[in-house]
Design a binder for this molecule. Structure first.
Ligand code: MG
Length: 336
């Protein structure tokens, strides 16, 4: 029995999953919630819509490659896109700490708008609350989004099948490493930059090229590729095999992770996606992705297998195998 909420409950790892299942799903119920997808797909009259919400508490609020405003747009846009939806409308709610600099708020608002323009979504509703100094940390932002889905698209965390190839759209851990280095004021050599980006245009191109051959899409944000692959293995009831030598990590990111004792497999990405794809479609899909702005380094990192359902097994660079488990908590709170 849990007595108090800990940081681990917000980490996206095992503790978060337990909280969601035992408290939220147990009380709210509903098939859609239980599926624990990036967004809910719902029937609204004649249309199928994707609906998603996300809160952003990142610390620091400004970082190389973005800020809390752009991140808040990208996060929700990407969660809609991961069901194959075309994101259309976003609502933005802010909780601001008394004393927050107007100029910083202006920068964040412009960043929200620029992010929305680039993703091709419209900010259509919002809310503002201000709490006393010390009762919140600078600014927290919630975004909620709606997207439209074609009738025949069925992309879900539960659709992975043995034989599917697993594609990762680019390098791992760029966002997590950048935030950590900024927060700790670490002077590590390297041009760290968050990968925060809207992925909906790439997803639209992928669907146009390969449509039904794409079974699963998910953005490996909090908890990284390691945690996300565990979620997908469990949702689909399949095993996953990945090869360490095929996991792309920038040299400077790898160096920083080694120095800090962190595994890039578990660090957040904010502009990457994992795709489970039928083998026959992999080549054409990779060709499409590699031409897009955020898919230049897309490659195959492993495959879905019938063995060891629910588990992720990695062939290491020295040829041995090890289980990649889901973390209990996350090494870095307030990463997004
Ligand atoms: Mg997501």
């Amino acid at each position: 029995m849990v007595e108090k909420i800990t940081l681990a409950h917000g980490s996206g790892g095992k503790a978060s999953h337990e909280l969601i299942e035992k408290l939220f799903v147990a009380n709210f119920g509903g098939k859609s919630l239980l599926a624990m997808e990036d967004s809910a797909v719902l029937q609204a009259g004649k249309e199928r819509i994707a609906f998603s919400t996300d809160s952003f508490v990142v610390d620091p609020i400004f970082f190389p490659g973005g800020d809390i405003g752009s991140l808040a747009i990208h996060g929700t846009v990407n969660d809609l896109a991961m069901r194959g939806a075309k994101p259309l409308y976003i609502a933005v709610a802010m909780i601001i700490e008394e004393g927050f600099a107007y100029r910083d708020l202006e920068t964040i608002v412009r960043s929200l708008k620029a992010g929305a323009d680039k993703a091709g979504v419209e900010i259509v509703a919002g809310d503002t609350k201000v709490v006393q100094s010390g009762k919140a940390d600078k600014i927290f932002i919630n975004t909620t989004g709606i997207g439209l889905l074609d009738m025949d698209i069925d992309i879900s965390a539960g659709n992975g099948r043995p034989g599917d190839r697993i594609i990762l759209s680019g390098t791992m851990a760029d966002h997590g490493t950048t935030i950590l280095c900024q927060r700790e004021g670490l002077q590590i050599q390297g041009g760290f930059m968050s990968d925060s980006a809207p992925l909906n245009h790439m997803v639209a191109a992928m669907i146009e090229e390969c449509g039904k051959s794409i079974h699963v899409l998910r953005d490996p944000t909090r908890g990284g590729v390691g945690t996300t692959l565990n979620e997908l293995a469990q949702s689909s009831g399949v095993g996953i095999r990945i090869r360490e030598t095929d996991l792309p990590v920038r040299d400077d990111v790898r160096g920083a992770c080694e120095l800090l004792g962190l595994d890039p497999l578990y660090l957040a990405n904010e502009g990457k996606l994992l795709a489970f794809v039928e083998p026959g479609a992999v080549e054409s899909l990779l060709a499409v992705m590699q031409k897009m702005e955020y898919g230049g380094n897309a490659g195959i990192i492993g495959e879905v297998v019938a063995e060891h359902p629910g588990q992720v097994v990695m062939q290491t660079s020295i040829g041995s195998s090890r289980i990649v488990d889901m973390l209990h908590g996350e090494p870095l709170p307030r990463i997004c």
